[in-house]
Design a protein. Structure first.
Length: 128
C-alpha cells in the first residue's frame, strides 16, 4: 500500500468509528505523541486500548490531507461528547510519517476554537 492510501484508509476508518480497521493502517513500530499533555502511545496494541477505552472518544471529520512520500499532514475536526449534550469541538493537526505502507508515527496537536480578537477584525478574513 502506498502512503496516500494508508493515510486515507486510517482517516476513513476513524470517521466511521471503526477503530479496529484504523489500527490496521498502523505500523508494527507505531508511536503517537501528544506534545500538549506530554504523552506517547507506543505500539498498535496500546493505541487500540487507548481509543477503545476512551470515555469520550470524539466524532471525527477530516478536513484535509497534504503530503508527499513518507510525510503527511492531516487536519480534522473532533467533536467530543459532553455530559451537557453539546459536543466539545477541537481542531486537530496530525503530522504523520509512513513506512512500508503503514503509519509509523503520528504527532497530534489539539486546539479548542476561540473567537478572533476584535482589534484585528479589519485585517483578517474569517474561514470555516
Amino acid at each position: 500500500m502506498d502512503a496516500p492510501a494508508a493515510i486515507a484508509g486510517y482517516w476513513d476508518a476513524l470517521e466511521r468509528n471503526d477503530l479496529g480497521q484504523a489500527a490496521s493502517f498502523l505500523h508494527d513500530a507505531f508511536t503517537e505523541d501528544w506534545p500538549q499533555s506530554g504523552e506517547r502511545i507506543v505500539g498498535v496494541e496500546n493505541w487500540l486500548a487507548m481509543v477503545t477505552r476512551h470515555p469520550t472518544f470524539p466524532a471525527v471529520s477530516r478536513v484535509s490531507h497534504e503530503g508527499r512520500e513518507d510525510l503527511w499532514v492531516s487536519r480534522a475536526h473532533y467533536d467530543y461528547p459532553t455530559e451537557e449534550g453539546e459536543p466539545a469541538p477541537y481542531e486537530v493537526c496530525a503530522i504523520q510519517w509512513v513506512r512500508d505502507g503503514k503509519i509509523l508515527r503520528i504527532v497530534e496537536y489539539f486546539g479548542a476554537p476561540f473567537e478572533p480578537a476584535a482589534w484585528r477584525a479589519d485585517i483578517i478574513e474569517r474561514i470555516t
